[in-house]
Write a new protein. Structure first.
Length: 201
């Protein structure tokens, strides 16, 4: 399943990503950079085109065909600031997938979208609506997977991400396409390991 699949990584660059959590005194942003590098290297083995990477706060930027050697540059060009407009960036990534699907440009095994965020989105309902709408355009359960990975320990973010994992179908989603990993689930795993697990799961 891993081969012949596209990978999109959506990275939260809101202001709180500059926070340093206890571990090793690195900021979430630094940890994110290291983990993105590990993920890009792994995805290159599976998909030589590289990753599609989005960086978002109030607005988002999209980068195509990101291979491991471009990751550092992306992180140098962007710094944590602003809010968490998750619905906007997610909608763009999903619309892009369905646009490519309609024109026959998607991989036969579909796409995995990884979202790394540390806080609650500006508009929870909008995020749920975007995912539910996307699920209704799908033909089969496996074609699209969205994994949310929480960095940091924000309790309301954790609660929201768990709700995305558990409640979307009862809210009207056609398929259960969301999977969530919170800080508690990671236990001793690094963010790199969690992201790599998400694509091999």
């Amino acid at each position: 399943m891993l081969q012949n699949r596209d990978y999109t990584l959506i990275i939260d660059k809101s202001g709180s990503m500059a926070t340093k959590d206890q571990a090793g005194n690195k900021s979430r942003w630094t940890v994110m950079q290291e983990s993105t590098l590990a993920l890009a290297s792994k995805c290159e083995e599976l998909d030589p085109d590289g990753l599609t990477v989005y960086l978002f706060s109030g607005r988002f930027k999209r980068y195509e065909n990101v291979t491991a050697n471009r990751v550092t540059q992306l992180f140098q060009e962007n710094e944590p600031s602003g809010t968490t407009n998750l619905a906007g960036v997610l909608e763009d990534a999903l619309n892009d997938y369905f646009k490519r699907k309609r024109s026959g440009q998607t991989k036969q095994n579909g796409e995995t979208i990884l979202v790394v965020t540390d806080g609650e989105p500006d508009d929870r309902k909008a995020v749920m609506r975007v995912i539910i709408e996307a699920s209704r355009q799908m033909d089969r359960d496996e074609e699209l997977a969205i994994s949310f990975v929480q960095v940091g320990t924000d309790a309301t973010a954790k609660q929201f991400l768990k709700a995305l994992d558990d409640d979307l179908q009862s809210a009207g989603a056609k398929f259960d396409i969301v999977d969530t990993v919170t800080m508690d689930d990671m236990e001793d795993m690094t963010l790199s390991e969690v992201l790599l697990n998400a694509i091999t799961d």
